[in-house]
Design a protein around this ligand. Structure first.
Ligand code: CO
Length: 632
């Protein structure tokens, strides 16, 4: 990249990842059994970023976490790549690193070699053990004494007779092997009364489906003059939007310093916007499934499952792709090509009016800039899409697809916590609860968050027709006041206002508009509830702190709970006219249906951030009218 585009928030390059790994290996004399959990950019402080000018010297640092499974240790710290030295290094006792690829491979091997597991599978009529697919799962922390202080996964098994079969179609129900990853042995085997293995292989590939429909005519997106965006290293400029992006193994795609150019100045809106955590709790209490509630970021990392995208399939139009660079378990750089997709797309109408009945018509097309990636976490795919619109709207959308978690059940049996999706195959009720961290800087670092409801005015002389409406605006002054849930009957939104005023004397602001807002159903004092407290509320607001990045804590794997947002907000810091971080939980409570099988049509969830007195009027009046060039 040209020197002038280099910036302190650029993600680590492959060379920088290798250099950070080498410094740690050299200075700490690590045993050969050490595995690198994380090597990512240690972002510089905000004042360094805000004060940066093109060409300034940049101190490059990496955040590095390493673990040793046999020694049961986890360490992390900061490495100066430019200074060729370790800056800080900490032991993290009693915490577990997220699962790494090596854990999964070890668990699969250990399970296959275990005679108890082999006997349990054979007892179900499967003689060729090579046909069994093994999925290791994080176990959470249900207080089991034997699991404390050990690194543990629970492995589910599936029959896959043909490599093209969908493993989740044929669960080998009731066989769960708990693996102690440190000792590399099965520490406990669950082997319940056998349930018939479903017969349908659940395939969805073209060969199995047969002749495709033939009446779909092509849709081609043509941009004869190319796209309207400009790429300058990791900075994107599109219309009046300016932002940077990065990618890491835990959070996936991250947006930085997003602002809008207005009157020759870039007005800041978001300092950093990222997925912070995701919890996917399942509501089945059977011995094979009660433990399932993945923290997809903290227990593994969504970026590590990022897909290499394909033009015409995953993305349509004039696409610019970017690679993602992460570390593997040995600390080597690992590049996924075409992991991030940038393009523009038509978005229906932007605004319109016909001056009824005899005046003119003005109408404009909307379009949006899309930056996205698609990540696989075992059975599920999640597409993460940020959209920027011409009218100042910012939207985040998660597209859920892939394959349901399943359980085999005897045909005709009762399913109190699941639905049937195929003969003999059920899918437990579950939730996908995402938490997004929005480090806001609307027109400056100091912001205030207020809850805004639209409600009926109280009855009385001031409401003579009973039809009066009024807004109820409640500033959230301390962290304890800022744990909130949505109220659709009051059209509840949260307004993030600045210290600046618009021409009407109102603070300039952006408004968080929630849309898909279930909250965690597990009881607050349950094992799942204690670990997933962040998901009990749709909104949290905290005072900014650099190391508060993940709503469920830095190392949730096997954590007993209480980490992250509940821990930080116990201090009840003031958050009025302050550098604040807004955390929004949204998602889907998923009752599976037959149409979700064998591969799920995309389910859409997300939220919007809309200007709220940020502009003086509709900022998209100057979008030109367009004419189609051709139509059949
Ligand atoms: Co689901």
């Amino acid at each position: 990249m040209p020197e002038s585009f280099v910036h302190p928030l650029d993600p680590l390059t492959a060379d920088e990842i290798a250099a950070a790994r080498d410094i740690v290996r050299r200075d700490l004399d690590l045993p050969s059994t050490t595995r690198f959990v994380t090597v990512r950019l240690q972002e510089p402080p905000k004042d360094v970023v805000r004060g940066f000018s093109s060409g300034d010297p940049i101190e490059r640092q990496a955040f590095v976490a390493v673990m040793d499974r046999a020694a049961k240790t986890l360490h992390d710290g900061v490495v100066s790549i430019s200074g060729d030295a370790i800056v800080a290094w900490h032991e993290r006792p009693e915490l577990q690193a997220p699962l790494i690829m090596d854990d999964i491979l070890v668990a699969q091997r250990v399970v296959r070699e275990d005679s108890g597991w082999q006997a349990a599978v054979r007892r179900r009529g499967i003689d060729d053990l090579d046909l069994v697919h093994v999925d290791p799962w994080m176990v959470g922390n249900f207080g089991d004494a034997e699991e404390q202080g050990r690194r543990v996964v629970a492995s589910l098994s599936y029959l896959r007779e043909n490599p093209a079969d969908n493993p989740y179609a044929r669960p080998i129900e009731g066989v769960v092997a708990y693996v102690d990853l440190g000792e590399e042995r099965v520490m406990r085997l669950v082997d319940t009364e056998p349930v018939p293995i479903p017969q349908d292989p659940g395939r969805y590939d073209a060969e199995w489906v047969g002749a495709p429909r033939e009446d779909l005519r092509p849709i081609e997106v043509v941009q004869p003059d190319g796209p309207s965006f400009e790429v300058r290293g990791n900075e994107i400029r599109w219309q009046r939007w300016r932002f940077r992006f990065s990618f890491n193994g835990r959070e996936g795609l991250v947006l930085h310093t997003l602002g809008y150019e207005d009157g020759g100045q870039v007005r800041p809106i978001l300092y950093r916007a990222s997925l912070s955590e995701m919890i996917v709790p399942y509501g089945d209490i059977s011995p094979s499934h009660f433990f399932q509630h993945a923290f997809d970021l903290g227990d593994f990392g969504v970026g590590r499952g990022v897909n290499s995208l394909r033009l015409g399939c995953d993305c349509l139009g004039e696409i610019r792709y970017f690679d993602a660079v992460m570390n593997d378990d040995d600390g080597n750089p690992m590049t996924v090509e075409n992991a991030i997709c940038l393009h523009e797309e038509d978005a229906s109408i932007l605004w319109k009016h016909w001056e009824f009945p005899d005046g003119g018509t003005e109408s404009r097309r909307s379009r949006r800039l899309v930056i996205s990636s698609i990540c696989t976490n075992l059975n599920y795919e999640y597409g993460y899409y940020w959209y920027l619109y011409l009218d100042g709207t910012i939207e985040y959308e998660v597209k859920l697809t892939g394959i349901l978690q399943t359980a085999a059940a005897a045909p005709g049996s009762d399913l109190p916590h699941a639905t049937w999706v195929a003969p003999g195959l059920s899918a437990p009720h579950h939730q996908h609860l995402f938490n997004v961290r929005l480090d806001t800087e609307v027109d400056g670092p100091e912001n205030t968050v207020s809850e805004v409801d639209l409600v009926a005015a109280p009855p009385g002389p001031d409401n003579p027709y009973g039809s009066a409406m009024t807004t109820r605006v409640t500033p959230l002054r301390r962290e304890s006041e800022a744990r909130r849930r949505t109220d659709p009957s009051a059209a509840r939104t949260w307004v993030i206002s600045s210290e600046s005023e618009n021409r009407l004397g109102q603070p300039t602001a952006y408004r968080l508009v929630p849309s898909y807002t279930p909250v965690l159903l597990a009881a607050p004092d349950s094992a799942v509830g204690r670990r997933g407290t962040f998901a009990q509320y749709n909104l949290w607001t905290t005072a900014f702190s650099e190391d508060e990045r993940h709503a469920g804590g830095e190392y949730p794997n096997q954590h007993p709970g209480g980490a992250g947002l509940p821990e930080w907000t116990a201090a009840d810091r003031p958050i009025e006219s302050a550098d604040v971080v807004v955390w929004h939980t949204f998602g889907v409570s998923h009752v599976a249906r037959p149409e979700d099988w064998p591969v799920m049509p995309v389910e859409h969830v997300g939220f919007m951030l809309k200007p709220w007195g940020f502009f003086e009027r509709n900022p998209a009046l100057d979008v030109p009218a367009t004419e189609a060039r051709h139509c059949h």
